[in-house]
Every structure is written in structure tokens, then in C-alpha cells.
Write a protein that binds this ligand. Sequence first.
Ligand SMILES: Nc1ncnc2c1ncn2[C@@H]1O[C@H](COP(=O)(O)OP(=O)(O)OP(=O)(O)O)[C@@H](O)[C@H]1O
Length: 293
Amino acid sequence: MIELRDLTVRYGSTVAVDGVSLDLPTGKIYGLLGRNGSGKTSLLSALASYRRPARGSVRFDGADAFENPAVMRQTCFVRDTLDVNDSERVRGVLAVAGWLRPAWDHDYAARLVDLFELDPRKRISALSRGQRSALGAVLGLASRAPLTILDETYLGMDAVARSNFYRELLADYLVHPRTIILSTHLIEEVADLFERVIILDHGRLLLHEETDELRGRGITVTGPAAAVEAFAGGHPVLGEQSLGGVRAMTLDWRPEPADIARGEAAGLTFGPVGIQDLFIHLTSPSKRLEAIR
Ligand SMILES: Nc1ncnc2c1ncn2[C@@H]1O[C@H](COP(=O)(O)OP(=O)(O)OP(=O)(O)O)[C@@H](O)[C@H]1O
């Protein structure tokens, strides 16, 4: 169990993380979401002992995490800076990771390097943005660290590389379960990987919930625009999209089976709530107070 208690991170007078308390059972994939500047990187930096909290604590299985060598060996924090020397070569960075990381898998790292078409001889300074991201993904996955934190590392990757990354992450996690925290703005793309979702808003914890429960908070109804609008009645709308005469509306409402049957008879189809719609709804300024219900 990872326990955050009243975790507070400050930069001078800026409070980046404001009294966050969270219990994170190990062996799950977490999605950490929040708008720009909401405190995600600051929280993850404190979690990985990169930054001393101004107040509060992080405990791993009861042990204080800050600058605790035993805990730090178990933690792999990959952020976009990669924390490597730009004059280093890819193969050198991988060799150091293999030396530092107790569970590093050399063969797996080599397979990932091939998959992402990385040239091991290249210097870090010569990598494109996407290649740097791919190297971050290799470092994060092949470390097999009990706590693996990926802070928007895959943002620079193209769609093919990201899809390879998501597939690899899930496949490797199923064989080697560990705690993985993914911070991302590509919410809908990654949401299927999340077992739990954590949302930060202005440094505070807005929500920590099972993904399935979140998806069940409402319903998405799709069909001819007029029928969708009639079905929606006055229920709060979390998001909507239109294409031609077809409309999809996400509603903050759990209809009864009889309502669904009535809707289906009118040609409507139903699905779960999109995490991104919910995120936008919950973090838009007027909705913040409704978040914890
Ligand atoms: N080194 C720093 N010095 C001063 N203020 C900082 C520093 N790093 C972050 N902050 C401030 O702390 C707050 C939280 O920033 P943080 O980087 O943790 O947010 P984030 O959720 O990761 O944002 P983004 O999604 O834009 O990457 C912001 O107000 C930011 O301006």
C-alpha cells in the first residue's frame, strides 16, 4: 500500500499540491489526470522522492519514502526530461538503467528498442522528441519497478508508437503485475488501461475512483438528434457531439431499464460515460463543487 497523508508541495509561495491524502493499493494501473498546472508532476515528484514535501508524508508499506534508499530502488520515475546526460548514447543510458534497476530485463529492453526503432548508438541530443519519449517508455517498462511512474512520457510519440506502447504496457503488466501510475492528457486514448482514476484540480484531490464506477456514473446515448434530445429531457449533459443528423450525448443520469427499453424502441443506442467527458465536466470551473458526491 502506498499512503499519501496531507501531502503538500510548495515552490516558494505557490502551493502546487495542497494536502492530498490518498491510499493506493499496490498492483494496479492508475491514471493521474488534471488540467495544466494542477499539480500532477509535483505530486509524482514527491512520490518518487525527487522533491521533499513541505508538509505531510508518503509511506510505502508503512515506511517513510522520502530519500529512503530501499524505497527509491523500487521506484522508477520517468518524466519528459529523462534525467539523463544529453551527450550519453542510448546504449549507455540502458546500461546504467540495467545497473541501477534490480529487476531490469535486458532482453525485454532490447526487444523494446527494436519495436520503437531506436538506434542504440545515437546520442540523446540527436534523438527526436518522439524517440526520446520512446526511450522513456523503454526505461519505464524494462525496469519492471514495483512502482513505475510515467509522467506524460509518451506524448511525443506518434500514433503507431503510442499504440505499441499501450499494448506492451498491458501485456507486460499482466505477466509482471506492479503499480503503474500514468499521468496523461490523452485521456480517452489511455483510459482503457486505467483501473483507477485520480483527478487533481488546483493541487487538491478531486476524485479517486475505480474506472468502471466512473464510467457507470452516467450514460452516453446516441441516435437521431431529435430522439436523443427528447430522451435527455432535463438531465444534466456532461458532453455532446454531433455528426450530420446523429447526436451523442453523455448524461449525468442513470436511467431505469424501462427508460433504456423506451430509448431503444426509438432507435437509440447506449454506452458508458467517456472518462474524458467526465473529466472535462468535473474540472470545468462551474462544476468543481459537484465533483465529490
Ligand atoms: N519549479 C517550479 N518553480 C515554481 N513553480 C512551479 C515549479 N514547478 C511547478 N510549479 C508550479 O506548481 C503548479 C503545479 O505544477 P505541476 O507541474 O505540478 O502541474 P502539472 O499538473 O504537472 O501540469 P502540466 O499538465 O501542465 O504538466 C503550477 O502552478 C506550476 O506553475
